[in-house]
Design a binder for this molecule. Sequence first.
Ligand code: GDP
Ligand code: MG
Length: 681
Amino acid sequence: MAGGSKSSQKQSKNASNNKQVDSQIVPIPTPSDENQNNNVPIVSSFNDRIRPLLDAVDKLRHLNVAAKEGIQLPTIVVVGDQSSGKSSVLESLAGISLPRGQGICTRVPLIMRLHHHPAATPELYLEYTADGSAKKVTTDESSVANAINSATEEIAGGGKGISNNPLTLVVRKNGVPDLTMVDLPGITRVPVHGQPEDIYEQVTATIMEYINPEESIILNVLSATVDFSTCESIRMSQKVDKTGDRTLAVVTKVDKSPEGLLEKVAADDVGIGLGYVCVRNRIGEETYEEARIAEAQLFGTHPLLSKIDKSIVGVPVLAQRLVQIQATIISRCLPEIVKKINEKLSSNIAELNRMPKTMTSVGEAVTTFMGIVGSAKESLRKLIIRGEFNEYPDENQMHCTARLVEMLEKFSAQLRDAPENDHKSNFLVDEIRVLEEYKGIRLPDFLSQSAFLTMLNRKVKGISGIPVGFIEEVWGYIESVVLSVVMKRCEDHQQLQFSIRRACHNLIEKLRDRSANWVLEVLQMEELTDYTCSPDYMSEWNSLMAERPGFLNSARSHSSVSIVGFGTVLIVESVRKSLVLEQAYDLKMRIATYWKVVQRRLVDSMALHVQLSLRNLVEKELEKGIVEELMGRHGGAIEKMLEESPFVAAKKEKLSGSIKLLRESKDVLAAIMDRIASSSH
Ligand code: GDP
Ligand code: MG
């Protein structure tokens, strides 16, 4: 029969696949003959080298190194479509009853740690975290299913939702294989009543998280009753394991669908690199021992099933294969894990050393405090005064000197663009109106100073918001820089942060007020007196006045006049006919020329003021302000430094804990690596 020879060829290929992993493993456990006998433990007295390896990995798993330190651990992950028999397979391996039923019953990742132990009575317990606290629940074989269900409810809630927060079940039992496996929720396409809409996405995300790492072995549970190529779990494992090299298939329910199974397994249409193992799980109320006997009989005597090569059938074979695969992946991954642990350890130690030391005396605290203030002052001196940015090379916001120049340029542009600086619109209209009000019994060609000051006052009042806003902006910016520098310096001293922040805030507030008063004074001065010693003023005014006769000539008859050194202006009817046109021209040209002086003076004096105030802030006020606040007005802050901040204490504790555990793991692993090295000679 052509088909038969083809399938037996495939089958032998499969059998050789099974050996692929075995040849790479360092300590190969020898399957004893007892394993073929169903009345004794399925996998007994394994090579004692595997136990410590697995213990070490379990210890790391317990430390949660995968989540906490990003160190992936070699893991056997059980996946399968819903009701494919995942939990039943685990039951068969552990010899216990797990929750079984319709719909989704595995709702959290179940990490199952099986340990062979010599005592007759098994020990079972659950470990998990719920509501932020670690729990350990001791249980026994008869109530483990219920215990798992109630722990699942605690973790994932009472509904049908799932969670990726795992639950660990430790089974110490005579004769179980030394294995750690993770059972995952089954894949469902369509949410059943009460399940969240996105159950499919949630489940696949959890499964992906577990099967994606190269260190994971995928145990794909397939029901013999279905076409393997339609299994969702096959599709998922193919995504992350394209070659199939880390996928092992377990075919369940062979009793239900023995027809064509041999061919299906031999054909390997779905590319399972590590091969297939066919099993029959416990059915109904059978005991575990009865189930093993029934399975052996089935594969021994069933007309179709007995034809399948004995190296790929039965729970004992599965146990054996898994233990071997596990030993292989563990020894393959260990060197990398050791390396990662060492790296993590040294970085944690370095971090712990960088943490602030606990202080024991007020003197020490004062020294530390003064050190903080001194170094903040030095940083601010660089940023604000000297324009040195080596401490903040990429943070443009901290490059004060440059940012202050930009603010000053903006301030100057605002003055330039203000309506007060527009001397051409409504040409002479205001001037004429003011002059009419300051008419007096006097010679007409003398310009009244009051008229000039009135015009000047209007302009100064008009722009007064601009310098006030500029000063606000400068201090707002400086406050943010000061706070960010000072807060960075006292990062490790939470107790100081509040007082120092308040001290800085109060100090800047005070300086801001001082500046604001100064600005108001400057504006008042500009309103009160029209003076400049600059010769430019006179020469510019003179040259504009030289244009006056020509202007008067044209203005009487034209609606637009061009004035050299000033520009073209429109002349409205009322201006053209005004009796004080001459004086109005004079007044306009004086004010236009003088306004340039005022603008320049404002910008220059703001610049000098800011420089002086900032220098005072850094060199005098800052240290004084902080010391006064912390040692004087609100004393006690320094003493508080002696108490370690809860944040630092917690961080130190966490680091020390992590270091301790990493060291432990390192020692465990080191001992194992030594043993592997010496046994390979
Ligand atoms: P899971 O959803 O993948 O965890 O599947 P379960 O382990 O809960 O199994 C689903 C159903 O299939 C249960 O009713 C099991 O009793 C049944 N089952 C599992 N394995 C076998 C098997 O080898 N033979 C038979 N006849 N039924 C099985
Ligand atoms: Mg299940």
